[in-house]
Design a protein around this ligand. Structure first.
Ligand SMILES: [Zn+2]
Length: 392
């Protein structure tokens, strides 16, 4: 089927909102034309399905670099993971994907599967958005998120576990370099679970297999180690120490030099009263921008109060507060994040030949981020979806 979408403006790969009647033609799963409206209609031919938003905007679909499809965003996330049966988990995963789709997210990267539940749902027909999976995150005994099943008891098993994940279809290796907030009795966020020696094993083996490494690191020392070894993305990067948050600008310089991206999990959580050190966190992301560090948009959705989809759009408001103008944050959420995830050769921008992952809005997002709340159409892999209105 050929699909042609027309609007008043579109986001260019360089991140400019180009004004003027325009069109995107979708053939199968690919974009076959981007440009002038009349030309698009001619290219598509009279039998194409045409969706027109005369005052609207065409954007590449958004990418959420850090989701937990297994987590229910309720008050007892860990208990939910441990007590629900697999059928209930699969239903939950499908609903969360629908919520992400409604926010215009066309690719998610799941960083916390258990027993391949997420991997099984993504293989079901008609599932959208597209799911990249890390399978079970690697962690230490009784460490952060041990309950997902990714415990590596002996350092000598790290290489083997990376290989097993690759064999099981992982798109990325997730490694818990520091403690976190979620797991009772596990190390605190500032404390490292692993150091450079273990990270070198993981990154080396993943690289050999062509996989990027996403490293969970709250602690300042853990972030330092991740950047030194050269992971692809440092998740959270909250710069925790036993004495409160401490930013290390030399680490930012090194990250910029090495092309290590930060994925600070900016979401609606940042606006909840219990979110710690908000001012510091905003300033830390600004410092990363000033140092030229690459950034990825991810939410950590699934954690308590971090609703899939809704928290993504709330996070975009905070990215605006950090200093991105509207075209800049639309590019960050699509093209730039796709790049940090290593998938920009085939998605993340409105370009001929790329996967047709496209958002059609009825309005102009420069009138307010709320214009993103109800996309007219979300196209994933060339398949159009009319999402439900996004849930609170
Ligand atoms: Zn997470």
């Amino acid at each position: 089927m050929t699909l042609v979408l027309t609007a008043a403006r579109h986001l260019t790969p360089a991140g400019r909102l180009a004004e003027g009647a325009c069109g995107v033609v979708v053939d199968g799963d690919r974009i076959s034309y981007v440009g002038d409206r009349a030309r698009a209609l001619a290219v598509a031919g009279p039998d194409a399905r045409h969706v027109d938003a005369p005052r609207g905007t065409l954007l590449p679909g958004f990418v959420d670099a850090h989701v937990h499809l297994l987590f229910d965003a309720g008050d007892h996330v860990v208990r939910g993971v441990l007590t629900q049966d697999d059928a209930a988990h699969r239903r939950g995963i499908r609903q969360r994907l629908a919520d992400l789709l409604a926010a215009g997210v066309t690719t998610v990267r799941d960083l916390g599967d258990r027993d391949g539940l997420v991997a099984a749902v993504r293989a079901e027909p008609g599932i959208a958005p597209r799911v990249l999976t890390a399978r079970e995150p690697l962690t230490v005994p009784n460490g952060h998120c041990w309950f997902l099943g990714g415990v590596v008891a002996d350092r000598r098993d790290l290489r083997h576990r990376v290989r097993a994940h690759a064999d099981a279809g992982a798109d990325v290796i997730k490694v818990m370099v520091s403690g976190g907030h979620l797991t009772p009795g596990s190390p605190p966020p500032w404390q490292s679970q692993w150091g450079q020696e273990e990270l070198r094993i993981v990154v080396g083996e993943a690289r050999r297999l062509g996989l990027p490494v996403a490293a969970h690191a709250h602690g300042t020392q853990a972030i330092r180690d991740c950047v030194r070894v050269g992971v692809a993305t440092v998740e959270h990067a909250s710069w925790s120490t036993p004495d409160g948050p401490v930013l290390d600008r030399a680490v930012l310089t090194e990250a910029a030099d090495k092309g290590v991206a930060l994925s600070p999990c900016v979401s609606g959580l940042w606006d909840l009263p219990r979110f710690p050190h908000r001012r510091f966190r905003v300033d830390a992301v600004r410092a990363a921008v000033e140092h030229g560090v690459a950034l990825a948009v991810g939410t950590d959705c699934g954690l308590r109060g971090v609703r899939p989809g809704r928290s993504y759009l709330d996070g975009l408001r905070i990215w605006a507060e950090i200093g991105f103008d509207v075209p800049g944050l639309l590019r960050l959420a699509s093209t730039a994040t796709a790049r940090q995830l290593g998938i920009d050769s085939w998605t993340g921008s409105l370009s001929t030949g790329k996967k047709a992952d496209v958002l059609l809005l009825d309005g102009d997002p420069r009138a307010g981020i709320a214009e993103l709340d109800a996309p007219r159409l979300v196209v994933v892999d060339g398949r159009p979806h009319r999402p439900e209105v996004i849930r609170a």
